[in-house]
Design a protein around this ligand. Sequence first.
Ligand code: C5P
Length: 238
Amino acid sequence: MKDKPLIIALDFPSGIETMHFLEHFNESLYVKVGMELFYQEGAPFVYRLKELGHRIFLDLKLHDIPNTVQCAMRRIASFGVDLVNVHAAGGSAMMEAALEGLEAGTPSGQKRPSCIAVTQLTSTSQDVMSNEILINRPIEEVVLTYAHLASKSGMDGVVCSVHEVELIHSCLGERFLTVTPGIRPKSVLVNDQVRVATPEIARQLGSNAIVVGRAITCADNPLDAYRKMYKEWIGSIE
Ligand code: C5P
């Protein structure tokens, strides 16, 4: 990932709504297809987005036994997507199997999709960690330990909060990708949203890619919202 993508999360229930949204743009985008859209439309819709020239992050967050993840990744690599992900909680054997599947499924002459690991979901609180899944460690320590494990297992990076980017890069190097959701435009950022940040803060802290959903998909003028956030992200001054 040499450039600095702003990845638009296509969190729509079907292809019709998605295509309607994409009509606002006449340029190639980097889009994220998540579970809702993929389970509704399947691989044919991924091919359609590719034909339109968009780059694709297929966000299915795989987490299963290594053999199942390997077989699934072999199929996913054949779609020609650019970025995929797994849960680091699946362990090193599962992450290594995911990479083997991706290598095996990538058509010859093409680059295998980058693969990143989810450390802890932003919806997982310290209380859930301690009292439900019985991980009695501070959330930051868990995120960093999982990021180390992901790196050792050959992952290209992690999905993380903007506020974890600096620590992850300082421990694992600048080439280890940090892909950060939880992005809000400056105008709507309020103080109590602890795990969110603006595109500008994401840039300053060294995030490699930002994922933006509702701030663009629900905007009155999605193209305008995209352009404003993109400028803030890449730091261009008009
Ligand atoms: O609308 P919003 O910008 O909050 O959308 C964020 C997107 O990022 C959603 O598609 C959500 O699934 C995704 N996400 C993620 N990993 C997280 C948190 C959010 O991929 N840890």
